[in-house]
Design a protein around this ligand. Structure first.
Ligand code: AMP
Length: 543
């Protein structure tokens, strides 16, 4: 027997319609690339998104066409998110931090028809344009004043002209909720980047589940600043979940440095912000150096890489709760959060800190398990660690335009994350490594993440990476590679002694090497493979 409820497809346009109807006066504040602060409301954003939708149709964009964006966190990018998917096209967010050749590969592979880009990327577009084989229209996301001169419409269209010259009279069309809506390429460290194609249904369900109090806790009572770029997994879905809940939205533009972020948090009374650990390390250092106190912020969501203990403690001193988020491009991206349970309410600060050092428990809709190398499920006892697998309605089923069966999926429908973790009886997952980054010493695994977390707790250390180096007796032993804070000094012995009493003795790295900088991927993650290459010829001091 079928239920007898209304059949309404879950479409992204429903989010902006809701925001306009019930939160029309709620503010969206952006640091504009042209300079200054841009302010308007969800109501005005909805009107301009409809004008842009008409403009896209006028450019010949049709169902399934890919429209690329090379843009920071700003109001025009937000409008593009809604206008593109709203006309049944696919919003393809491109990571501008990738190398030019990778950007060219991605745009050509996605066969983008239209490319919309921020002012910052004019020189990049001029450089790569001859290699872009499918793009018919280039749209500069700015006004006429900022167009390069002389310029014809064949060369570059002006976003503001397009919007102004089209009516806002537009009914968001209804179509199948499984229609593709967004495309994001993973910045994998090996092989060509792979496309993850989100649907309207997966995006709306993800927005719903990631808004929950135990997830990111998005509410009309919040003022939210996504520092995570909108070109990286849809800004963790916040441009959607903020519309769904009518939250005030603060978009920091291209200026993601500590001074500008701190200023925006203060002036806009941001209550929740989300970003990778590097951002919060930077912000905390800025506060420490200038004796500043973070006032309005109640919670930061930290994801993309593990949150170190020292950061959790320092934020707590500012009265800010850290909530860890684990996710992946392939998961839209939210998978788990470190939100405590009722029975954790009496935990002291230290125990609470330990809880938040775990990547957390699954949000509704995501299932997790760990398996051994033979694919057999391992117990959720907080001790056994194995390959982390996930499944759920916003988890990737197949990479974009990859015809063969996905090697990342198991026969029984789970997705292999490439992370290695434990899961405790309460369901909290703790990542110990990436599959390819584990350090195996005498047949036992050492968690490079634990070593790194401890090392960045040393007052002189800005960043740290642990890698396995061949060892004649133990196969591999951990080597710690460290970047010191500007002006700080610390000897090798002092850094090694810092591990004393914090971990099993045999986990202590055999050596520490101080370097000027560590290699990072385009999304700011440590590039372990490159680091291992750099230390290929390293020899242990005693060997
Ligand atoms: P990406 O698809 O670029 O967002 O990368 C996803 C990967 O980032 C995951 O598979 C993890 O290895 C890592 N990652 C994401 N969140 C966390 C976290 N909270 N702690 C540790 N690693 C994380």
């Amino acid at each position: 027997m079928r239920g007898q409820m209304m059949e309404q497809p879950l479409l992204i346009s429903s989010l902006i319609r809701h925001a306009e109807a019930y939160h029309g006066d709620t503010a969206i504040v952006s640091r504009a690339l042209e300079g200054g602060i841009h302010r308007y409301t969800w109501g005005e954003a909805a009107v301009r998104a409809r004008q842009l939708a008409n403009a896209l149709l006028g450019l010949g964009v049709g169902p399934g066409d890919r429209v690329g964006t090379l843009a920071w966190n700003g109001y025009r990018h937000l409008e593009a998110y809604y206008a593109i998917s709203g006309v049944e096209a696919v919003c393809h967010t491109i990571n501008p931090r990738l190398f030019a050749e990778q950007i060219v590969y991605i745009i050509n592979h996605a066969e983008d028809r239209v490319l919309m880009f921020d002012l910052t990327f004019l020189p990049l577009i001029a450089q790569i344009r001859p290699q872009l084989t499918t793009v018919r229209h280039f749209v500069l996301m700015s006004d006429r004043e900022h167009l390069p001169r002389p310029v014809s419409n064949d060369e570059v269209l002006c976003y503001e002209d397009l919007v102004a010259s089209h009516s806002d009279s537009f009914e968001w069309p209804a179509f199948d909720e499984d229609t593709a809506a967004g495309l994001c390429y993973t910045s994998g460290t090996t092989g060509s980047p792979k496309g993850v194609l989100y649907s309207h249904r997966s995006t709306v369900l993800h927005a719903l589940a990631s808004s929950l109090p135990d997830s990111l806790h998005v509410s009309a009572e919040s003022c939210i600043m996504p520092v995570v770029p909108m070109f990286h997994v849809n800004g963790w879905g916040l441009p959607y979940s903020c519309a769904m809940n009518g939250a005030k939205l603060v978009l920091p533009g291209a200026k993601m440095d500590a001074v500008n972020l701190f200023e925006l948090i203060e002036s806009e009374e941001v209550t929740m912000a989300a970003g990778v650990p590097t951002i919060w390390l930077m912000l905390l250092q800025h506060c420490e150096q200038n004796h500043l106190r973070i006032r309005s912020l109640k919670r930061v969501i930290v994801g993309g890489a593990a949150a170190p203990e020292s950061m959790i403690e320092q934020l707590a001193e500012h009265g800010v709760e850290l909530r860890q988020l684990w996710g992946m491009t392939e998961l839209s991206p939210c998978g788990t959060t470190s939100t405590p349970k009722f029975h954790h309410r009496d935990l002291d600060r230290e125990a609470m800190c330990r809880l938040h050092m775990r990547q957390g428990r699954p949000i509704y809709g995501v299932d997790i398990r760990i398996v051994d190398d033979g694919g057999l499920p391992l117990p959720h006892d907080g001790k056994a660690f194995g390959n982390l697998q996930v499944r759920g309605p916003w988890v990737l089923a197949q990479y974009f335009r990859q015809e063969a069966a996905s090697p990342a999926h198991t026969a029984d429908g789970w997705f292999n994350t490439g992370d290695v973790s434990t899961i405790d009886p309460d369901g909290y997952m703790k990542i110990t490594d990436r599959t390819k980054d584990v350090i195996k010493s005498g047949g036992e695994w050492i968690s490079s993440i634990d070593l790194e977390n401890i090392m960045v707790g040393h007052p002189a250390v800005a960043e740290a990476a642990a890698i396995g180096i061949e060892h004649p007796k133990w196969d591999e032993r951990p080597l710690m590679v460290v970047v010191l804070k500007p002006g700080a000094a610390a000897a090798r012995e002092e850094l090694l002694a810092f591990f004393g009493g914090k971990i099993a003795k045999w986990w202590t790295p055999d050596d520490v090497v101080i370097v000027n900088e560590l290699p990072h991927t385009a999304t700011g993650k440590l590039q372990k493979m490159r680091l291992r290459e750099m230390f290929r010829d390293y020899r242990w001091p005693q060997a």
